[in-house]
Each structure stands twice: as structure tokens, then as C-alpha cells.
Design a protein around this ligand. Structure first.
Ligand SMILES: Cc1cc2nc3c(=O)[nH]c(=O)nc-3n(C[C@H](O)[C@H](O)[C@H](O)COP(=O)(O)OP(=O)(O)OC[C@H]3O[C@@H](n4cnc5c(N)ncnc54)[C@H](O)[C@@H]3O)c2cc1C
Length: 387
């Protein structure tokens, strides 16, 4: 797409976002149009549509924001296309979705904003998005999802569980990628989880799941998972990982279960002889939130390229947590106290590093902001789309 068309698409989308409850209204209108014109598409979505609406807008926002960055956006769309096979959608559904989006945008924008040029620009953008997704989906053979049978479920904190599954067939994914997961009892409510171990030929996979208060799915994953349950797992997504072609040292920053994709990367690196230097900051509110520290220390003890720096906002555990806080073994970094982003930035700008940040959207934004304020070049910082 040329720069003028990209700018027209971006301006219309920004106009929607600028209106109070604009994105919410646009998403409601889009799904209303889609389901009334193409009723067959309703069955792909869960009964409760709030998360779906939110996710749609964030995904469109991400694509619109990065339209001229082909290196970033094309692989993202291709992965999304492969992932969408889990819904059982076909080429005609992409056309239905594109048409519904155009109608919803046009209704929302009104005659003044929705000129012929804008219409053309959006149609070109949607055709591009749909064609990349369809091509990637159609290039895949084999079933769209794998079945993972739960072989272990360990509640390691009040609100965090480690779940291990045996897949019906091995899945190739890069350490650092994430997958879409659906659990029994919450059909069609797909949620992203990041495997916490590298891909392996035995088809074993592990997730760290935090229960989000008031969430639809994570409380069931943490509290109601039983051995033998079958989870559906879709194709891998995301581009986090160590880019060895850049030959740069690494800074990894994780809070909470955000440690999962970084831990997978460090474990994968530990299987190689030659690695860049890695500083891994792992954070939580309380010391007890650093539930994976013993494993990380073990990795650091046997891999001299790895330094693990634990950080917690509070110095002591809450009164309900009775287990003692583990003490740093000799040679390991002592725990630091403070907000994760502030603690990392206090060390400097880390200009010589490739940086990955993983955690909640607010933690990622805050940490990125802290680093940028310190002088870190933004192009060195990577994180997953904040969906
Ligand atoms: C790329 C990616 C990778 C992810 N990997 C993991 C992982 O490895 N482990 C894991 O536990 N989770 C992970 N998540 C988050 C996960 O996909 C779900 O969003 C989360 O479990 C909440 O789902 P839910 O159905 O319980 O809540 P929902 O019903 O989706 O949301 C309920 C409410 O909680 C809010 N909310 C959603 N997520 C959070 C959050 N993290 N913190 C605070 N409020 C929130 C929502 O905005 C909403 O208001 C990942 C998310 C992304 C985008």
C-alpha cells in the first residue's frame, strides 16, 4: 500500500478511537452486521462477546499502526491466518468479515469522513490482510489444532498453576512464541498462553497460568483443571526470541507468568554451546510471586552467560503466605526492591542489548517508557502485541 492510503486508513481509525466509547461502538456494530448478514459466522464465537470485541479492535489497531512495516506485519498476519484455522473458517468467511468491517466503519465515520479515497484505501488494506491470512491458512495441511491431555496440574501460588500436557503429536514452535488455547467448560473462549519449555519431539508442553480476578477462562484453568482433561491448542504465534544474526547480548524482563516465554528461551539456549550474555530480570509484587526462581538459579549456576536478577515491589511476603522466602545461593544476585521497570532502568540504558519485555500490557508499557526515558533506543525493545 502507498503512504497516502496508509495515512487515510490510519486517520479514519484514529478518528474512531478518539470518540468516547468509539472503538466499543464500532466493534458492536461490526459484529451485529456480520451476524445479521452472515448468520453462519455466529457459531465461531463464544456466547459472551466482550473479550472478542476488545481483541478485534486491538488486532486491527496493531495492524493499522504497523502497516508500512512489512517485516513485522506480514509474518504477524500469516500466523494469525494459521491460528484462525481453529475456528474452521474458509475463504468466504474472510470476505464476509471484510465486508462487515467496511460497512461498520462507513456507518461510523459518516459521509463527511468516508470519502471515495478512504473507501478505496480501506478496501485495499482489508484485501491485503485477508489475502495474507488466507494464503497462510491454505498453505497448511493437517488438523488445525492439537489435543493436549493434562498430565500434571500444580497450583504453586494461590493464583498461579503450572499445567503440563502431553500433545497428541509434537508441535514445532520457537522458544518465546505463544499459542491459542481452549479448555473444557469454556468452549470457543480461546486464550493465549506461552509455553514455558522449548518445543520437543516428545510432544510435552507446559504452561504457567495466572488467575485473573473476574476472568472468564483463567480461573477455570487454575482452579478446575483435572488430570486427563483435553485442551485444544492452535498454531504458534509471536516473534519473540533471540535473533542470533544480530550477534548482540540480551536483556530479558518478565513479571509474573511473563517469565514463561523467557524461561523457554533460556532453557533452549542452555542446550547450545555458544550463547550471548543474558541478564534476566524477573519481577513480582511480593517475593513469593517469584515462584520460578529456584529453576532460574539452577540454570544460572550451570550457564555462566546467564545472570538472574530477582525484583519485588514489596520486601516481605503477605501475611497469608507462610513458606519462607528462598535465600539467594552463593554467586546469585540478591533480590532488589522496587517497580520492575524502574529497577531495570536504574542500571542504565542497556543500549548494547536486544531487549524483550513480557508481562501484563501495563507492565510492558511502563517498563518500555522507563527505558526510553533513560535513552534506550526503542527499536531495540521487543514485546508481543498487547492484545
Ligand atoms: C501474547 C500473550 C501471551 C500470554 N501468555 C500468558 C501466559 O503464559 N500465562 C497467563 O497466565 N496468561 C497469559 N496471557 C493472558 C491470557 O491470554 C488471558 O488474557 C488471561 O488469562 C485472562 O483471561 P480470562 O479469560 O481469565 O480473562 P478475560 O475474561 O479475558 O478478562 C477479564 C478482565 O480481566 C482483564 N484482564 C485480562 N488479562 C489480564 C491480565 N493479565 N492482568 C490484569 N487484567 C487482565 C480484562 O481486561 C478484562 O477486564 C497472555 C496474553 C497474551 C496477549
Amino acid at each position: 500500500m502507498d503512504a497516502t492510503k496508509i495515512s487515510l486508513v490510519r486517520t479514519t481509525f484514529k478518528a474512531v478511537a478518539a470518540v468516547d466509547d468509539g472503538p466499543e461502538r464500532l466493534a458492536r456494530s461490526f459484529y451485529a452486521i456480520l451476524f445479521s448478514h452472515y448468520p453462519a459466522t455466529r457459531e465461531f464465537f463464544p456466547a459472551a462477546m466482550d473479550v472478542q470485541r476488545d481483541r478485534l479492535l486491538k488486532a486491527i489497531g496493531y495492524v493499522v499502526e504497523n502497516l508500512e512495516d512489512a517485516e513485522r506485519i506480514l509474518p504477524f498476519l500469516a500466523q494469525l491466518g494459521r491460528d484462525h484455522r481453529k475456528y474452521g473458517i474458509t475463504d468466504e468467511h474472510y470476505i464476509a468479515v471484510g465486508n462487515a468491517l467496511i460497512t461498520a466503519l462507513e456507518d461510523f465515520a459518516g459521509n463527511e469522513l468516508w470519502t471515495d479515497e478512504v473507501d478505496l484505501a480501506w478496501r485495499e488494506a482489508i484485501a491485503l490482510i485477508a489475502s495474507v491470512m488466507m494464503e497462510a491458512a491454505n498453505a497448511e495441511s493437517g488438523p488445525p489444532t492439537r489435543v493436549g491431555r493434562v498430565v500434571e496440574h500444580k497450583q504453586i501460588l494461590r493464583d498461579v498453576a503450572v499445567v503440563r500436557l502431553q500433545l497428541d503429536r509434537p508441535m514445532q514452535y520457537g522458544a518465546g512464541q505463544y499459542v491459542s488455547v481452549s479448555v473444557p467448560g469454556r468452549p470457543r473462549m480461546w486464550r493465549y498462553l506461552s509455553p514455558s519449555i522449548p518445543s520437543n519431539g516428545e510432544g510435552q508442553i507446559e504452561f504457567h497460568v495466572r488467575r485473573v480476578a473476574g476472568g472468564w477462562v483463567s480461573p477455570a484453568m487454575v482452579g478446575q483443571t483435572r488430570l486427563g482433561d483435553e485442551w485444544l491448542i492452535s498454531s504458534p504465534l509471536g516473534a519473540l526470541g533471540v535473533d542470533r544474526s544480530r550477534n548482540r547480548d540480551q536483556l530479558m524482563i518478565a513479571s509474573g507468568t511473563g517469565i514463561a516465554p523467557l524461561r523457554a528461551q533460556v532453557m533452549e539456549m542452555a542446550m547450545r554451546g555458544n550463547n550471548p550474555r543474558v541478564h534476566l530480570f524477573v519481577g513480582g509484587v511480593y517475593p513469593c510471586d517469584l515462584y520460578d526462581l529456584e529453576t532460574l538459579w539452577q540454570l544460572a549456576r550451570t550457564n555462566p552467560w546467564l545472570t538472574v536478577i530477582p525484583v519485588s515491589e514489596e520486601d516481605t511476603n503477605p501475611w497469608w503466605h507462610l513458606d519462607p522466602t528462598p535465600v539467594a545461593p552463593p554467586g546469585m544476585h540478591e533480590r532488589l526492591t522496587g517497580k520492575l521497570g524502574a529497577v531495570v532502568a536504574a542500571f542504565g540504558a542497556w543500549e548494547d542489548r536486544d531487549i524483550q519485555i513480557v508481562g501484563s500490557p501495563s507492565m510492558v508499557q511502563a517498563t518500555k517508557y522507563r527505558l526510553q526515558a533513560k535513552g534506550t533506543p526503542v527499536e531495540n525493545i521487543r514485546h508481543d502485541p498487547l492484545l
